[in-house]
Design a protein around this ligand. Structure first.
Ligand code: ZN
Length: 524
């Protein structure tokens, strides 16, 4: 076989290249080994000082060549750009436990930028158009089995607290306790709360939980604590790292039936309490917390929050805002399709409007009675039906001139001294009182007149309950408790309701238009 000059040169070049590659890779390997040795030395020294082994276990005889991967990622989510101690917290943790990943998570790149020590990383959640989605998804940045959610300004002291939390969580096995918390030493103690979230009623209720001797088990925490959770559990939540972190976290875990165990100790220490150095910064942080809470509650569909001290917090509609749901189609408001009932803010506004209108009708001498679904609600539970969206009253047509608010409404509308809007409906001969100019929750007034002992009117809706009825049901009108006050209703209300809706209507609740959306009785 003849070898050309060209082939010879090529073979030689390849051989030289292979040799260079071999020496370079050997040199690199040696460097890595050397670095590993050094790393083990310093980490070992730090941990020996703390009385711990590499994996956090008590120090025993060294096992050659064994290095255990960290089991927990420390995650710091809750901090303010204008004043924070993220760098101090990261430095404190990484000094004690350099092998533990320390991840700082922010919605947008912090400004002024965070200066983080080596080993700490920043993850920005807002997507950037030049990056793949996983660049902004926290689950791709956590490789450990556990995540420790850390408040700002906390130190890793004592260093063993992480292992204690892991041991506690593992000890719970497959039980309902899926989070374990350790308090941060501050003047105000962290509190264990019971949290009940009822999405159908758009409500979250917090109440104080009794504390046990070996740590309390509850469904939410109030105050400063570090919380350990399995990464798998955290990243299976709908919104794993929403803000405010703990409010968002516990609403989601409570809905899954998960519990949190609050240990009495060991505590994380902190010399940064209060966290903010000036009253102005504290005010700024409080304002931002309030805004973030409102955004989070609205996005979760929680419109009413009952606080442990008995106070109420509202995140739904009010007098100055539009009502929570749009124009109702096919008698079926949008929330029914979401398997939710009337938002509590809307029920509150409807009750308020109904009581107001009733008081004006009574003082003006206009005879009225609860009509249709409103009467049905009063008979069933002395209140508006929990999925109803308006209030209906019948009135005597001949009494209208007695009421200043109604008698001049032939055209246009009237905003009264209390901001309620009175108008004659364009759809037919009835009147409507709206909660406010912005919020169109309303009470409808349907004028009837007697003819040969029968109550009738001139325009009718297509609703099956909109029919004539004998006047004797109104002779006399009788009082009944409704929405916390007395209101007049027809006598013999069962016969009245069965005449309008059919037999058994009181005992058999149904949504307004079962052909569009029916009520699943099993869920009541
Ligand atoms: Zn509302």
């Amino acid at each position: 076989m003849r070898v050309t000059l060209c082939q010879g040169v090529l073979t030689g070049a390849i051989l030289v290249n292979l040799l260079i590659l071999y020496y370079v890779s050997r040199a690199q390997q040696q460097m890595i080994e050397k670095r590993k040795e050094q790393g083990r030395g310093t980490r070992k020294a730090a941990l020996l000082e703390a009385g711990m082994g590499l994996g956090g276990e008590p120090v025993g005889p060294p096992v050659a060549g064994r290095s255990r991967a960290p089991r927990v990622t420390v995650l710091l989510r809750e901090f303010e750009n204008f004043e924070n101690y993220v760098r101090d917290a990261a430095t404190s943790f990484l000094r004690q436990r350099p092998e533990v990943p320390f991840l700082v998570v922010a919605d947008a790149p912090p400004y002024p930028p965070l200066v983080l020590p080596d080993g700490a990383r920043l993850l920005v959640l807002s997507p950037s158009p030049d990056q793949p989605p996983q660049a902004h998804r926290p689950e791709f940045h956590v490789q450990t089995e556990f995540v420790l959610l850390l408040p700002d300004g906390v130190e890793l002291d004592p260093p063993r607290v992480i292992e204690r939390l892991i041991k506690e969580l593992e000890g719970e096995g497959g039980g309902p306790v899926r989070l374990v918390a350790s308090p941060v030493l501050t003047r105000s103690a962290v509190q264990c709360l019971h949290l009940r979230v009822n999405l159908r009623e758009w409500t979250a209720s917090y109440s104080a939980a009794a504390s046990g001797s070996s740590g309390s088990v509850c469904t939410a925490l109030q105050g400063d604590a570090a919380v350990l959770i399995r990464a798998e559990d955290l990243f299976n939540l709908s919104v794993p790292l929403g803000r405010p972190l703990f409010s968002s976290l516990f609403i989601q875990t409570a809905l899954r039936g998960w519990k949190v165990k609050l240990l009495e100790g060991p505590c994380f220490s902190s010399n940064r309490r209060p966290l903010f150095s000036s009253a102005h910064n504290q005010w700024k942080a409080d304002t931002r917390l309030k805004e973030a809470t409102g955004r989070m509650m609205r996005s979760f569909g929680v419109k009413r929050v009952l606080l442990p001290d008995g106070k109420e917090q509202w995140h739904g509609c009010g007098k100055e805002t539009p009502r929570c749901f749009g124009t109702v189609q096919d008698d079926t408001p949008d929330y029914l399709y979401l398997d939710r009932w009337t938002p509590p803010c809307c029920l509150r506004a409807l009750r308020e409007t109904a009581k107001y209108v009733i008081s004006i009708l009574e003082s003006s001498g206009v005879r009225y009675w609860l009509e249709g679904g409103t009467l049905l609600g009063a008979v069933r539970h002395q209140d508006i039906i929990p999925w109803d969206y308006d209030v209906d009253l019948g009135i005597y047509l001949e009494d209208i001139p007695n009421c200043d608010h109604l008698k001049n409404l032939d055209s246009g509308s009237l905003v009264d001294a209390n901001g309620y809007v009175w108008e004659r409906a364009v759809e037919g001969d009835f009147y409507r009182v709206q909660y406010s100019e912005a919020n169109h929750l309303h009470v409808d007034l349907w004028p009837f007149y007697p003819r040969d002992g029968v109550m009738t009117k001139d325009t009718w809706t297509e609703h099956k309950q909109d029919v004539e009825f004998p006047e004797h049901f109104l002779q006399p009108l009788v009082p009944m408790l409704f929405a916390g006050a007395a209101a007049y209703v027809p006598n013999n209300h069962r016969a009245f309701l069965e005449l309008k809706f059919g037999e058994g209507v009181i005992e058999n609740p149904q949504y307004p238009n079962p052909a569009k959306k029916g009520l699943d009785r099993a869920k009541i």
